[in-house]
Design a protein around this ligand. Structure first.
Ligand code: MGD
Ligand code: MGD
Ligand code: SF4
Ligand code: MO
Length: 740
């Protein structure tokens, strides 16, 4: 550890030579969806402090522990700054020219021999937090002309997007809870106090949630664990993992049986109310209570109070999206909001009006869902991407269309997708792999070449995705805090270069491609953002363009969300469909299973249900190489209820074995009343002690990969999204002799 700290200091000194001034920078943190304003002060070119920017009009000084780690990523000696290539004698630094030459030669060779689809792409979560990757990545990916595209969407928000596509006509037209004005808020399967919110950009979310109660409103959390968010709520309801769909059906049953339904302001352009009324008839709360664990009277009171509130919003996130009935659950949450009159009104759920429009019309002839099916399991694609749960078998199963090469960009699927061990083995069988990533980690160690782009503090940023998902409209532009080294390349340079080199065609076409690349590179993302801002809704009214953003480094507040329907709908007939055919069909199909004993059926062998958890000092899999993120108490622990521990002779702190249908892990246990009996919670993103990983700190604080337990065949069958919650597992005390 001491050597490492010395190395960090040395690096910082070297950097000082390049940056001599004392400055204060105002930027947006891009680590999570909250996009908090940060104030970063430099002294002699070194970061002196990272604080919340009190003058950011939306985040108002909020900051979480992760933002401070931005400096550790920047200074990290393990972070890659030049391309590296795997050779028999280990990894070697190579020039960018050699790297671009070799990567494109190999990808072309493989596509020539085995067809376009033999090269696959996996895009990870930081892609959407990166302006350059959002704008220029597609220019490269399109040149690959492959159908084998995958991303973290199918271990995340695919259900929400699908529901929005079917109900509102666009997969990015996602209803957002109007947190600052709502009078009643129900949270299903999210822990925003720790995660800082998702599919609702709401910096300082704990403050906003507490404010609901302070103004006389109510906050209710439905979760198999009494979370940090549940701790600040009026009420917490334990629910059996995977059974939310039944609770929501029963909630809708109350709405209709007590004639509380109202479509409010969306009545004239909403259809399907009768369909919903008919299908929830079978699900009275008395019938669902024993399965969900939520008592009938409790549920009825909850619904009545929700309907009585002046405005109310119901929200669900990762715990309900990544489960067996993810899409049905997200659909019913949206339906519940609509039939209680809470869509498109202040305090209900609303749509944003971003300064830079991200909603574009679909390409002609494309439905956006099930336009194609995966080769082996015939899973439907979504926006041109297949569910990542099928990636490993697409690599290992021979035949026409087999994946032989993989491009990963800002992703760590070995730790983030179900059956990580299977994927890890599959990656080892590829003919070729290239990773665009800043670290040599669990996934990228399989690459032949790693191309590292700039880190967050070295690039400019405008948040395309999360300004569009914000609970208050705003705009902010961040300039780089540090100048990148001469030997480094930006995402823009990497993607444009790869894209140009992959382009086929005659001399004339290639010359045109080269010119386009040069022009785009020179103009960069700022130019594109400026053009788009000028076409946006606030240019005429607020003069909002790049110049204005530069003059307002703290960001600009564009006000609360406004009603915008039916104008903003993307459906062909400008109607909202409450009962999309696919959802009705799926509900009929699973009707019998749902009312059987338990949705995520436990067996005698696998008698507990596994769920996930996040920690304030983690960021999926990749912030553990910052010492300040991992020091102190252990974070990769299995949480279990005392009754589950006692019945197995397990005590707090013991190492336990957790097994599932597909794998087994060993992990220390924390016995806590926070858990619902019968449920075990393990965080994801850990398991760094793999051979070949070059993450000095993370390796010392490795933890274990919970996705060794999750099953690639346990999915939400409607969308193909991975079911990472509600996985049946067994738990036993590890004896000294026993090896997992
Ligand atoms: N069991 C379980 N599994 C889960 C979840 C869960 O709740 N439970 N959550 C799921 C969710 S919501 C998500 S989003 C996924 C995340 O899944 P992934 O996106 O696959 O994984 P990340 O951990 O976000 O990995 C990010 C990668 O990007 C690299 N990186 C960081 N910054 C940059 C950059 O600026 N540029 C480039 N090129 N690379 C960069 C990091 O080194 C790392 O390799 O995990 C999912 N997996
Ligand atoms: N600190 C930190 N912040 C993060 C991340 C991180 O890794 N660390 N990741 C970011 C990413 S990529 C995302 S997508 C967001 C996710 O943001 P959130 O959705 O808030 O994610 P979690 O904190 O995992 O909360 C999920 C909750 O669902 C509960 N749950 C599990 N199964 C079920 C179920 O069947 N039913 C119900 N009702 N609840 C269930 C879990 O107990 C947990 O409390 O967080 C983002 N923010
Ligand atoms: S909450 Fe998210 S955006 Fe805000 S400081 Fe923390 S990591 Fe950054
Ligand atoms: Mo995510």
């Amino acid at each position: 550890m001491e050597n490492r700290i010395k190395a960090c200091k040395l690096r910082a000194k070297l950097l000082m030579k390049n940056q001599s001034s004392n400055q204060t920078h105002y930027i947006a943190c891009n680590l999570c969806e909250a996009i908090c304003g940060l104030e970063i002060t430099l002294e002699h070119g070194q970061i002196k402090s990272i604080r919340g920017d009190k003058n950011d009009p939306i985040s108002k000084g909020h900051i979480c522990p992760k933002a401070v780690a931005l400096q550790d990523i920047y200074n990290d000696p393990d972070r890659l700054r030049t391309p590296i290539k795997k050779s028999t004698s280990g990894w070697q630094q190579i020039s960018w020219k050699q790297a671009f030459d070799e990567v494109t030669t190999e990808l072309k060779r493989i596509q020539r021999q085995h067809g376009k689809n033999s090269v696959a792409i996996y895009l990870g979560n930081p892609t959407v937090h990166n302006l350059d990757a959002m704008l220029f990545g597609p220019m490269f990916f399109r040149t690959l002309k492959t159908k084998n595209r995958y991303s973290a969407t199918s271990v995340d928000q695919l259900p929400e997007q699908l529901v929005s596509l079917w109900m509102f006509g666009h997969s990015l037209l996602i209803p957002l809870p109007d947190l600052d004005r709502t009078g009643f808020h129900i949270i299903f399967g999210a822990n925003p106090v720790v995660s800082n919110g998702s599919l609702m950009t709401a910096p300082g979310v704990a403050r906003r949630l507490k404010a609901i109660r302070a103004r006389g409103g109510r906050l209710v959390v439905v979760d198999p664990r009494k979370t940090e968010t549940a701790a600040i709520a009026d009420q917490h309801l334990f629910i059996k993992p995977g059974s939310d769909v039944l609770m929501l059906l029963a909630m809708l049953h109350v709405v209709f049986s007590e004639q509380l339904q109202t479509l409010g302001s969306v009545a004239s352009f909403t259809r399907g109310l009768e369909d919903i009324e008919a299908l929830v008839r079978d699900y009275p709360a008395e019938k669902t209570a024993s399965i969900t664990g939520v008592g009938a009277e409790q549920l009825k009171t909850l619904v009545r109070d929700f309907c009585r509130a002046e405005s109310a919003s119901c929200y669900g996130r990762i715990g309900v999206s990544t489960q067996q009935y993810g899409t049905l659950t997200q659909w019913l949450i949206t339906v519940f909001n609509i039939v209680t009159g809470n869509l498109d009104i202040a305090g209900g759920t609303m749509f944003s009006k971003p300064a830079l429009e991200v909603l574009t019309a679909r390409r002609a002839g494309k439905k956006g869902f099930a336009d194609g099916f995966s080769r082996i399991r015939k899973l439907p694609n979504f926006n041109g991407e297949f569910p990542v749960a099928t990636l490993a078998e697409e690599i290992t199963t021979g035949g026409e269309g087999q994946i032989r090469a993989l491009v990963t960009s800002a992703g760590n699927p070995v730790l983030s997708i179900p059956n990580g061990k299977q994927l890890d083995a599959a990656l080892g069988k590829l003919d070729y792999m290239v990773s665009i990533d800043i670290y040599l980690n669990e996934t990228t160690r399989h690459a032949n070449i790693i191309l590292p782009p700039l880190s967050a503090l070295e690039r400019s940023h405008y948040d395309l995705a999360f300004q569009a998902l914000a609970i208050r409209n705003g705009a902010k532009f961040s300039q780089p805090v540090f100048k990148a080294g001469k030997q480094q390349r930006s995402d823009t340079q990497i993607f444009l270069e790869l894209g140009w080199r992959m382009q086929s065609g005659n001399w004339f076409k290639r010359a045109g491609g080269w010119l386009k690349k040069e022009i785009l590179q020179r103009r960069g993302s700022e130019w594109i953002v400026n053009q788009k801002l000028k076409q946006g809704p606030y240019y005429k009214s607020h003069g909002l363009d790049m110049k204005k953003l530069r003059q307002n480094p703290h960001g600009i507040d564009l006000g609360p969300l406004q009603p915008c329907l039916p104008g903003r709908l993307f459906t062909a007939d400008k109607m909202i469909d409450l009962a999309p055919e696919a959802c009705l069909h799926e509900l009929q199909r699973v009707h019998k299973t749902l009312l059987a004993d338990n949705p995520a059926a436990v067996t005698k062998e696998f008698d507990l249900l596994l769920i996930g958890r996040r920690d304030p000092r983690t960021n999926n899999s990749w912030l553990h190489n910052s010492y300040r993120m991992v020091k102190g108490k252990k974070r990769c622990l299995a949480f279990v209820h005392p009754t589950d521990a006692q019945s197995r002779g397990i005590r707090h702190g013991d190492e336990v074995a957790v097994r599932s249908q597909v794998g087994a892990i060993k992990i220390p246990v924390s016995v806590t009343e926070e858990m619902m009996p019968g449920v075990i919670s393990i965080p994801h993103g850990w398991g760094h002690d793999m051979d070949g990983v070059k993450l000095s700190i993370a390796k010392e604080h490795a933890g274990v990969n919970t996705n060794i337990l999750t099953d690639e065949y346990f999915i939400d069958s409607l969308s193909g999204n991975a079911a990472l919650n509600g996985v049946p597992v067994s738990l036993s005390k590890v004896s000294i002799q026993e090896e997992v």
